[in-house]
Design a protein around this ligand. Structure first.
Ligand code: AMP
Length: 586
């Protein structure tokens, strides 16, 4: 793999390779499992389960248990503390990833190694190759809103950072971006700067300076793109001024960023005038992205799952520019590539790469009883789930996904629910459904992140008629009242009157169509849904809080359901409520 990265990258050749891998995905999966187990047979963890050279899927499933992060924590903790013996992997783990910890409100440690970098590059190149068939790009640049998180040393002296940071720091990342003819337009000092506000300002500035070269506008998750252009609305005149006079705003105080930017920034009154004129002509910033970057071919980032909410705003900024949804993975490793980029983001699927890990699927019908609102780690399996292999999944079924990877995770519950939409050759095309544990439930009701998203979408249409947006949202169950009830938090973009908000509140309540919820509401076993409106900037505060705890802005995902253990976010929410309404829908 390493050698391949050095070779000139030919997208068609890459597609051929992918087709070969997926034609006999079942066989590739078995070989991948064998390879993982052979490489790591001597580890303390696998020795404990007595595989004794049995590397077939059946023995693996019989002997090695299904685990959550909590089960592996004692092993990972020893690695973090500097125990270099073969605990989870044969080769020593040299760095650690911090997962974003959206669910629990605190990041989790996960082992990281070069195999994960390689599979990341394989995924990037696979989806790029398919994208490039539909939307070819000429040599140009990418405006990528990417930010590294703080890296620190663990107690055992291992560098730790978020997965994206570990990837950006790898030499392969830059090479891959170059090979894909879209080197990013910002200097490394901006990406690795210590203050993301300053980095964001400079990303925008770099994009504007390279305006005509920008072919792609992207970030890991769509949230960062929307956040960037919302910020642009605030700072655009200052950006124009910097370009006009060729001097960086005094808001940038980090010396390394100032030095790097001063090499790019030269007085350019013509460019400043063009940008100023383009912005002044826009109505409510509609079509901002193509106005700023006339040669951009598409906007790229993860737009599925909890990112779907930002599509409305993204479409507003993008006008007719295609929105292409990116691949599916996690800090624990990648899973699938989007090889049908022309599907709208709402329908995006991910073809599982059968050689980057070994994947098992627990049918969700078996699993519903194990759902909980408070994090997968606190629930352990009541029924013994019977996962199926990648070739045994059925179209239309939903599954919880289990990952076995090259970095020390074996039969690991990722916590995601996916739906099989079809097959690419013989590998499944998965649609992301929701996080398994983000759930509103009081008694017999069960509403997932997806149900919440749909309910908010319906109610937000009432506000949209008033030209007001739901900037962001979250929820929780309040059990301090009797009966308990759902609380939905909204940050909205303008002043809405009480009548409209009351209507929104009723609409939210009525839009949860889960039979358990509706029947419990009718008999008042669940109380009236409450809509709490938040002060502007509340979700920014939540983002800042998350970044303060080590999350990278790139990986930030607004928690859609806040568990009782996530005290800091609950505090921020409760400090910022300006109005509340109770539903009268039942
Ligand atoms: P992190 O903790 O930052 O590693 O985030 C990983 C999680 O992000 C996954 O387990 C998913 O829940 C979510 N995620 C990653 N990729 C996608 C995608 N393409 N669509 C929806 N959700 C995704």
């Amino acid at each position: 793999m390493l050698e391949k990265v050095e070779k000139a990258f030919d997208p068609e050749e890459f597609i051929e390779e992918f087709e070969g891998l997926t034609r006999d995905a079942g066989r590739v999966q078995n070989e991948t499992l064998k390879k993982i187990l052979e490489e790591n047979q001597g580890t303390e963890y696998l020795q404990k389960w007595g595989l004794n050279g049995k590397y077939d899927p059946k023995s693996f499933a019989e002997l090695v248990p299904i685990v959550t992060h909590k089960d592996l924590e004692p092993y990972i903790r020893r690695i973090v503390d500097g125990d270099g013996s073969p605990i989870l992997t044969g080769k020593p783990i040299k760095s650690i990833t911090l997962s974003s910890g959206t669910t629990q409100g605190k990041p989790k440690f996960v082992p990281f190694n070069d195999d994960l970098v390689e599979s990341t590059m394989q995924i990037y190149k696979t989806s790029f190759s398919f994208r490039n068939r539909e939307y070819p790009i000429r040599s140009g640049k990418a405006l990528q809103f990417i930010y590294s998180s703080k890296q620190f040393m663990t107690s055992g002296g291992l560098p730790a950072g978020t997965a994206t940071t570990n990837v950006y720091r790898s030499s392969q990342y830059k090479k891959t971006m170059k090979a894909m003819q879209t080197p990013y337009c910002s200097p490394d000092e901006v990406i690795f700067g210590p203050d993301f506000h300053q980095s964001l300002y400079c990303h925008l500035l770099c994009g504007l300076i390279s305006r005509d070269d920008i072919q792609v506008v992207s970030s890991t998750f769509a949230h960062s793109i929307v956040h960037a252009f919302r910020t642009f609305e605030q700072v655009w005149e200052e950006l124009c001024n910097d370009i006009r006079v060729g001097v960086l705003s005094s808001r940038i105080t980090v010396p390394s960023i100032r030095t790097a930017m001063s090499k790019l920034l030269k007085p350019n009154p013509d460019l400043a005038a063009i940008i100023h004129e383009k912005c002044s002509r826009l109505s409510n910033w509609y079509g901002l992205i193509p106005a700023l970057f006339p040669n951009a071919k598409y906007i790229y980032g993860i737009m599925t799952g909890s990112m779907e909410h930002y599509l409305i705003k993204l479409r507003h900024y993008a006008e007719d520019l295609p929105l292409l949804s990116a691949d599916y993975g996690s800090s624990e490793g990648w899973i699938g590539a989007n090889v049908t980029p022309n599907l709208p983001p709402e329908l995006a699927t991910f073809a599982v790469l059968p050689n980057i890990g070994y994947f098992e699927f627990i049918p969700l019908s078996q699993n519903l009883n194990n759902l909980s609102d408070e994090g997968s780690d606190s629930t352990f399996i009541m029924l013994e789930p019977k996962p199926v292999g990648l070739s045994e999944v059925k179209i239309g079924e939903e599954y919880e996904i289990l990952v076995t990877n090259f970095a020390g995770l074996y039969r690991y519950r990722l916590g995601d629910v996916v739906k099989v939409m079809g097959f690419h050759n013989s590998t499944p095309n998965l649609q992301f459904v929701c996080r398994r544990n983000l759930l509103l439930t009081i008694n017999i009701d069960k509403n997932t992140e997806r149900d919440l998203q749909l309910s908010v979408e319906s109610a937000a249409k009432l506000l949209a008629a008033e030209k007001i947006e739901v900037v962001d949202f979250t929820s929780r169950v309040d059990l301090t009242t009797d009966p308990g009830h759902y609380v939905i938090y909204w940050e909205i973009s303008g002043e809405a009157n009480d009548d409209i908000l009351r209507e929104c509140c009723n609409c939210l309540d009525k839009s949860f169509v889960d039979a358990g919820y509706m029947s419990a509401r009718k008999v008042n076993a669940i109380g009236a849904l409450e809509l709490r409106v938040l002060r502007r900037g509340t979700f920014h505060e939540i983002l800042e809080n998350s970044v303060g705890m080590g999350c990278a802005v790139n990986q930030f995902k607004t928690p859609r359901c806040v568990g009782a253990g996530n005290c800091r976010v609950l505090q921020i929410l409760s400090n910022n409520v300006v109005k509340n309404y109770f539903s009268t829908a039942y």
